[in-house]
Design a protein around this ligand. Structure first.
Ligand code: HPA
Ligand code: ZN
Length: 326
């Protein structure tokens, strides 16, 4: 079998996925209609034509606009279930998904509404597909640390459903150190911790994520490669990098996949993984990301296996469950 066939068939994990970034235009229009809310774009095609981004911020503006039609528990359930069905077809057997509670709270959608819909779909996929999952609540870094604390307070009744916390949204100008106190509190509650770092932000932000926040892994991490001491530290701590090839291409973090750093990360001995980030916006789900790497980067069979294995190793599954998947 070809490498591409192998990539598609092998069991995989998704460790970097924003559930709001799986909102396909067709579903967005359907939910907008049933909720009687208007979208800025008149048709699915018009919306899709707007998916041309020069930067992370360009994308985020559309991302927050798109999710604004999500109002009810059923909307969050339908969004999540559509994604889980889609990646079940890609043989993704374990997912760790982010949601952005603050982006919905500010629109008047309660924490309870959001998490009940998302968690309900995850439980149904566990029952129906044998899929395992972790749920990660992400703080919006363009807001203040105080807002993150307020969100954490709302999450307290649901901590049994939440495995970890993350940090996303506009990176430059909002370094990890801005959130040192809230992450310390999260850790004391037993939550795992990750943060987007080094997507557009400098190596200093990745250092802060490690030294000041004490992250359990790093989302993206591309720009860590600019600093040899940082590379050595990530390796020594065996921190997993949740890399997102098609996202990086769409958001101009790289100019082409040929020059994508993921193979370099593997050569350096870093635990790089493949993930889709916001697949509805970036042109592909899990297998599309693997297919793009196979087709554009001369990935070897060994590298393919390594990437898939790194996904299980870098997951927050307990050892027996990992073993069951492999
Ligand atoms: N980076 C930062 N914030 C995000 C992203 C991303 O790729 N996707 C959704 N929120
Ligand atoms: Zn992301």
């Amino acid at each position: 079998q070809t490498l591409l066939e192998l990539a598609k068939k092998m069991p995989k994990t998704e460790l970097h996925l924003h559930i709001e970034g799986t909102f396909e235009p067709e579903q967005m229009f359907a939910i907008a209609q049933r909720n009687h809310v208007a979208l800025t774009y008149a048709t699915v095609d018009e919306l899709k034509r707007a998916y041309q981004f020069e930067s992370l911020q360009d994308f985020l503006d559309l991302y927050y606009q798109g999710m604004s039609v999500l109002l009810h528990e059923q909307d969050f359930y339908d969004l999540t279930m559509a994604y889980l069905k889609r990646v079940h077809d890609d043989n993704v057997v374990h997912v760790e998904i982010f949601f952005d509670p603050q982006a919905h709270l500010e629109r008047g959608v309660s924490f309870e509404t959001q998490i009940k819909g998302i968690y309900g779909a995850l439980k149904d996929a566990e029952r129906d597909f044998g899929m395992t999952f972790k749920l990660i609540m992400s703080f919006l870094r363009h807001l203040e640390e105080k807002d993150a604390f307020d969100t954490l307070a709302l999450a307290k009744p649901y901590l049994d459903w939440i495995d970890g916390v993350g940090l996303d949204s506009s990176e430059v100008g909002h370094p990890p150190e801005k959130f040192v106190n809230v992450f310390r509190e999260c850790k004391s509650l037993g939550l795992k911790v990750t943060a987007h770092a080094g997507e557009e932000g400098p190596p200093a932000y990745v250092w802060q994520a490690i030294d000041e926040i004490g992250v359990d892994r790093i989302d993206h991490g591309n720009r860590a490669l600019e600093d040899n001491n940082l590379i050595a530290t990530i390796k020594q701590k065996a921190l997993t990098l949740t890399v997102c090839p098609l996202s990086n291409l769409k958001l101009r973090v790289v100019d082409s996949l040929v020059e994508h750093p993921i193979r370099c990360m593997l050569r350096l001995g870093l635990n790089a993984t493949v993930n889709s980030d916001d697949p509805a916006y970036f042109g592909g789900y899990m297998n599309d990301n693997y297919a793009a790497l196979v087709e554009e980067t001369q990935l070897t069979k060994e590298e393919l296996y390594r990437l898939a294995c790194n996904g299980f190793e870098g997951s927050w599954l307990d050892q027996p469950t990992k073993a069951k998947h492999l």
